[in-house]
Design a protein around this ligand. Structure first.
Ligand code: DAV
Length: 367
C-alpha cells in the first residue's frame, strides 16, 4: 500500500485520497441546546432520541460503501473511520449527555489545510468525542507521512454559557429566526471559540468561514490566529433560518465559479473579493425534493452538497436531476451517486467525506 501524504488546499483540485464516513451505530442524540436550535421546528425528530433503526443504518452503509468503491475504481484511495460506541454517554466536568452522534459526517470534524488535519472544537455536546472515530487514521497518517501535522483545536467547555437561552423555545418561527439571523444573533454565544470544520471552505490562501449556529466569531478568530499564512474571511447568509455548515449554501466548483443557494445569497457587501477577481457566483438549481428524507437534520439543499473530483468532474446525488442538469450546462462531467437514504446521517456527498490528498499547492486566487 502506498504511504499516505496529506495535502489539500482547496475544494476542487484532483482528488486522490479521501475519508468516507460510516453509518455504524449512529444515534439521534437527546436534547441539548445547540442541537435543538438546529432541528427544524416541524421535524419528525423533535422529542425522540436513541440509536437509529438498524435497517436505516444498513441501507446508509450500503450507499456509503458503494460510493467508496466507485471512488476507488476511479483511482481515489478511500479510508474509513473506526466507529466508537456512540451509545455511551459523553461526560466531562462541565456537561453530561446520554448519547453521542456517530461517525458521520467526517467533513464536520476534520479540516484539512495543506499538510495539516485539524480536529474542530465542535459545538454540540453529543459530538465532543467524535474525533475519536478518526484517531486510528490520524495515527496511521502520522506514522506514514513525516510532514503530516495532526492538530486539535482547544476542546470547548460547552456549559450553558455557550448558548443563548432564547433559542431553547420549541416554537420560534421562521420570521423570528430570519430576523435573528440578519442581526447575527445565533444560538452560540461568544463565551469561547467554537467551530465545525464544515463551516470552512478552502480557496488556497483564503479560507471562507460561515458565522452561524455552529461557528462563532471567536472560533473564526481562533482559525485566523492558527493559520497566520492565510486570509480568513467571515461570511453570512441571512436567508438561512438554521445556519449550520456552509456546504449546502456556497459551493465552489473550480477556480472562478461558485454555486450559491438562491434562498441564502451572499450579501452584496461580502462579494468584493470574488467580484474583484472575476469569480462568478451563480444560483444553484432547485432541489429535486420538497422535503428531506425521514429523521434528517438537513434541508433539501443537500442537492448542492456535491463532491468535486477535479475541476471538470463532480459527484451529484442521483435523484438530484436539476442539479445534475445545471452541472452539465456549466461544463462539468457528472458522476451520479445514490446517497439520499444516507442524508439523515448528517449530510450529502461533501459532508460524508473529508479530504486527505488533492493534487496541487497553495495558490492565491484573490491577489
Ligand atoms: O441546508 O440543512 C446542511 C449542511 C450539512 N453539512 C442544510 C445544511
Amino acid at each position: 500500500m502506498q504511504k499516505t501524504v496529506v495535502n489539500s488546499w482547496n475544494e476542487w483540485d484532483p482528488l486522490k485520497h479521501v475519508i468516507v464516513g460510516r453509518a455504524d451505530d449512529c444515534h439521534i442524540p437527546p436534547e441539548e441546546p445547540a442541537l435543538d436550535a438546529k432541528v427544524p421546528e416541524d421535524s419528525d425528530m423533535r422529542g425522540q432520541w436513541g440509536r437509529r433503526p438498524q435497517e436505516t443504518i444498513d441501507r446508509a452503509n450500503e450507499l456509503l460503501d458503494n460510493f467508496a468503491s466507485m471512488l476507488e475504481k476511479r483511482g481515489v484511495r478511500v479510508d474509513r473511520p473506526t466507529s466508537i460506541d456512540h451509545s455511551l454517554p459523553a461526560t466531562t466536568p462541565d456537561f453530561h449527555t446520554e448519547s453521542q452522534f456517530g461517525c458521520m459526517p467526517p467533513r464536520d470534524v476534520l479540516l484539512t489545510v495543506g499538510s495539516e488535519m485539524l480536529e474542530a472544537t465542535m459545538s454540540y455536546r453529543c459530538r465532543w468525542f467524535e474525533y475519536l472515530n478518526y484517531r486510528p487514521l490520524m495515527q496511521q497518517y502520522f506514522d506514514e507521512d513525516p510532514n503530516f501535522r495532526h492538530e486539535s483545536a482547544p476542546k470547548p467547555r460547552l456549559t450553558d454559557a455557550d448558548y443563548h437561552p432564547d433559542y431553547l423555545s420549541e416554537k420560534i418561527g421562521d420570521a423570528k429566526r430570519l430576523e435573528w439571523a440578519a442581526k447575527k444573533f445565533f444560538v452560540t454565544t461568544e463565551e469561547e471559540p467554537l467551530f465545525d470544520a464544515a463551516d470552512v471552505l478552502r480557496f488556497g490562501r483564503d479560507l471562507v468561514v460561515q458565522h452561524g449556529f455552529t461557528t462563532n466569531l471567536k472560533g473564526i478568530e481562533w482559525l485566523r490566529r492558527h493559520f497566520p499564512d492565510h486570509r480568513v474571511h467571515t461570511v453570512n447568509f441571512p436567508g438561512d433560518p438554521y445556519p449550520i455548515h456552509i456546504d449546502a449554501t456556497f459551493t465552489p466548483l473550480r477556480p472562478g465559479l461558485i454555486l450559491n443557494n438562491p434562498q441564502r445569497r451572499l450579501p452584496e457587501d461580502q462579494r468584493g473579493m470574488f467580484e474583484a477577481n472575476g469569480w462568478e457566483i451563480v444560483d444553484a438549481a432547485q432541489p429535486a425534493h420538497n422535503t428531506p428524507p425521514p429523521l434528517c437534520y438537513s434541508s433539501t439543499w443537500l442537492s448542492m452538497n456535491v463532491l468535486v473530483l477535479d475541476p471538470k468532474t463532480v459527484c451529484v446525488e442521483k435523484s438530484e436531476v436539476y442539479q445534475a442538469e445545471q452541472m452539465d450546462k456549466l461544463g462539468m462531467e457528472v458522476v451520479e451517486v445514490e446517497l439520499r437514504d444516507a442524508y439523515a446521517f448528517g449530510g450529502g456527498l461533501h459532508c460524508c467525506t473529508a479530504d486527505v490528498y488533492r493534487e496541487g499547492g497553495c495558490e492565491d486566487y484573490f491577489p
